[in-house]
Write a protein that binds this ligand. Sequence first.
Ligand SMILES: Nc1ncnc2c1ncn2[C@@H]1O[C@H](COP(=O)(O)OP(=O)(O)OP(=O)(O)O)[C@@H](O)[C@H]1O
Length: 236
Amino acid sequence: MAGNPAAVQVKSLDKLFGSRKVLDGLSLTVGQGEFVALLGRSGSGKSTFLRVLGALDADVSGQVHVPARRAIVFQDPRLLPWQRVLRNVTVGLPQDRSTRQRAAEALDEVGLARHAQAWPRTLSGGEAQRAALARALVREPQLLLLDEPFGALDALTRLRMHVLLRNLYERHRPAVLLVTHDVDEAMLLADRVLVLTDGSISFDEHVGIDDPVRRNSPRFDQLRDALLQELGVAQA
Ligand SMILES: Nc1ncnc2c1ncn2[C@@H]1O[C@H](COP(=O)(O)OP(=O)(O)OP(=O)(O)O)[C@@H](O)[C@H]1O
């Protein structure tokens, strides 16, 4: 990975729940500014891995190096109902003018400027998820961890969020690790796609499509077939 120092470096990572090894010798390097999607069957350990990278679970063995500035967004936006949107975005940060300024900018970037003083319960699902993205952005993360962030949204809102996320990524260039169940979402958004099987990375390929409309490329179908096969989804 010459010229692209690592944002994430994981070596021989093991994670046990009781006697069950969910992560088993997992090794992975993600370069700075690289957008990676992580697929895997249900229960394969994707969320567990993301929680380890987010330092939400330190009970592991192996080496894990991640940048100090990182942020995580879950499927559920996890906004504090008793705080207005702006305060939710700055939660845990020093409440000074510069933070408030950055928060206002982040809300503007996700299209929520006019909801800054709204209560979370008045937001739609898509708006609440935009607020969660703004809360991540305001931390200026070098690593953005996304755990099925669009899984609970309707199809149209999900498409809008894809455009928003890709634009935010182009502007800020954090390393991104996106956990998703959706093979097309992975290939449309990320530049590299991984599959987690039996506790380690079993598939690791660059999307490698230059066409701005990725679906136009024959590579899109070829990669989808390879991914579905890796995920054990029977094909006609
Ligand atoms: N706190 C816990 N205690 C015990 N087992 C756990 C715990 N958290 C997760 N597991 C188990 O670890 C395995 C991996 O769970 P994880 O949530 O990481 O999978 P996943 O790939 O994210 O699944 P999904 O795609 O369904 O969200 C599952 O078998 C799950 O039951």
